[in-house]
Design a protein around this ligand. Structure first.
Ligand code: HEM
Length: 216
């Protein structure tokens, strides 16, 4: 009985480490991909939207800079070591910068959503994502101010699942391209597909870690 439990907890730990490493690697790649925008060279802009980004450079740049901060900080905030006494101060500071990234990235993302490629269906998808991102960030902040650690952790898992939409969006785009789906149709689909499955995975993780007696 004990041996079976040990084997289960070992496989659980291996799964967590592999999951964390893959997530962090993809986040790092996204960070590097997005950093091309900081050169301000219009050649790197998404061609279908080049004219829009030239007319709204501040909006897209604020969005990308805030989102880049959240993307790269997020994974490290989930490491168990960072919430030990030794690193708690670092965790707090990184958390403030992360939430500032979500706030700036989310507000500018909401603004850019109204100008997004793909018309109304894509715009609604991106606007919903931006609003939920801001809401989850606000909830995570609110609960930590009340010292409700478990609820803070749960809302942070949701915010990062949404931050990760930038990665999953590009993965879905590859799938659609390989499947020969017309670019605009794929773009409309990814405006929703990039984040709905992520939120479902986040809910599953939240359920796994939720203390058994907690009802919320
Ligand atoms: C999670 C909430 C997010 C929302 C609501 C959001 C929203 C948007 C919107 C509306 C656009 C313009 C799309 C268009 O013109 O068609 C955009 C572009 C962009 N976003 Fe985000 N975004 C989010 C997260 C991120 C993250 C985490 C990153 C990573 C750093 C990121 C990086 C970019 C980049 C690089 C572009 C330029 C377009 C491209 O090259 O694909 N976004 N975003």
């Amino acid at each position: 009985m004990k041996a079976t439990q040990n084997a289960t907890s070992l496989s659980g730990r291996i799964l967590k480490s592999v999951g964390w490493s893959v997530m962090t690697l993809l986040a790092l790649l996204m960070f590097i991909l997005a950093s091309r925008y900081l050169t301000l060279n219009p050649e790197v802009y998404f061609p279908e939207q080049r004219a829009v980004y030239l007319a709204h450079t501040a909006g897209i740049l604020i969005h990308i800079m805030g989102a880049m901060l959240a993307t790269i900080i997020g994974p490290f905030q989930f490491l168990p070591k960072i919430i030990t006494n030794r690193y708690l101060n670092l965790h707090r500071w990184l958390g403030r910068i992360y939430l500032l990234g979500v706030l700036l990235g989310g507000l500018a993302g909401l603004y850019m959503a109204f100008l997004a490629y793909g018309g109304l269906p894509a715009r609604l998808g991106f606007a919903s994502l931006a609003l939920l991102w801001l809401l989850c960030g606000f909830m995570a902040y609110r609960y930590i101010r009340k010292r409700e650690i478990q609820l803070h952790r749960q809302w942070m898992i949701r915010t990062y699942a949404l931050t990760f939409a930038a990665v999953t969006l590009r993965l879905w785009q590859v799938v659609f391209q390989v499947a020969g789906v017309e670019f605009i149709n794929g773009y409309i689909a990814v405006a929703w597909l990039s984040w709905i499955p992520n939120l479902l995975v986040a809910e599953w993780i939240v359920n796994q870690i939720r203390p058994k007696r907690e009802s919320r």
